[in-house]
Design a protein around this ligand. Structure first.
Ligand SMILES: Cc1cc2nc3c(=O)[nH]c(=O)nc-3n(C[C@H](O)[C@H](O)[C@H](O)COP(=O)(O)O)c2cc1C
Length: 173
């Protein structure tokens, strides 16, 4: 594996405190451009991405995410939503229930890694009230929020997490 890439993914850690410093527009554009580069089922890109920077909306997201305050601190908060209907047209129930969620998840992963590469930090937030987030974003057409990603400049030294032993996970057959 390319060492530079391995170092990049190894040095990403969740950050839950952000500086009150705006993110330059060109960096936000790079993250957006990276988000859409991932694979998607049938290349349909069955997702929609919302970028929240208004404090009023961030406050609502904190409440929807059970008080996870770092959402408020981050200058931008990306929300990745699956588009099950778009995917179901091509792939039926599997597209609706699985592929669209995978498409949105991949877009979030690409965004998180790119943000890290550009010197920013983030934390993946999956613990939230889906209905409340849908209301805040005024989601239509059955869009389903999958992940909230606050992004900003780190204001803490992240905790270094460990991983399970490889032999508990990998099965060579
Ligand atoms: C699907 C998913 C849901 C997560 N939800 C939350 C969350 O709601 N709040 C939070 O603080 N971290 C959340 N995390 C972040 C994980 O806690 C974190 O990625 C994990 O502990 C590994 O740490 P690392 O990101 O520093 O490697 C979530 C991560 C994933 C992938």
């Amino acid at each position: 594996m390319d060492k530079i890439f391995f170092d990049l993914i190894s040095s990403r850690h969740s950050v839950r405190a952000f500086k009150n410093i705006p993110i330059p527009e060109e960096i936000i554009d790079s993250i957006i451009n990276a988000a859409v580069k991932g694979p998607s089922s049938g290349n349909l890109q069955s997702y929609q991405i919302f970028i929240v920077s208004k404090i009023t909306e961030k406050e609502k997201l904190v409440e929807a995410a059970h008080g996870q305050n770092y959402i408020r601190e981050a200058p931008i908060v990306m929300i990745f939503c699956a588009d099950p209907i778009r995917c179901s047209v091509e792939y039926g129930p599997r597209g609706e229930q699985l592929f669209s969620i995978q498409d949105a998840t991949i877009a979030c992963v690409y965004s998180q890694i790119t943000a890290h590469d550009l010197g920013l930090s983030s934390v993946w937030i999956g613990s939230f009230d889906e209905e409340k987030v849908s209301d805040i974003l005024k989601l239509k057409n059955n869009l389903k929020p999958i992940a909230i990603l606050p992004i900003g400049f780190a204001n803490e030294t992240p905790q270094i997490t460990t991983r399970r032993p490889i032999d508990q996970i990998i099965h060579k057959i």
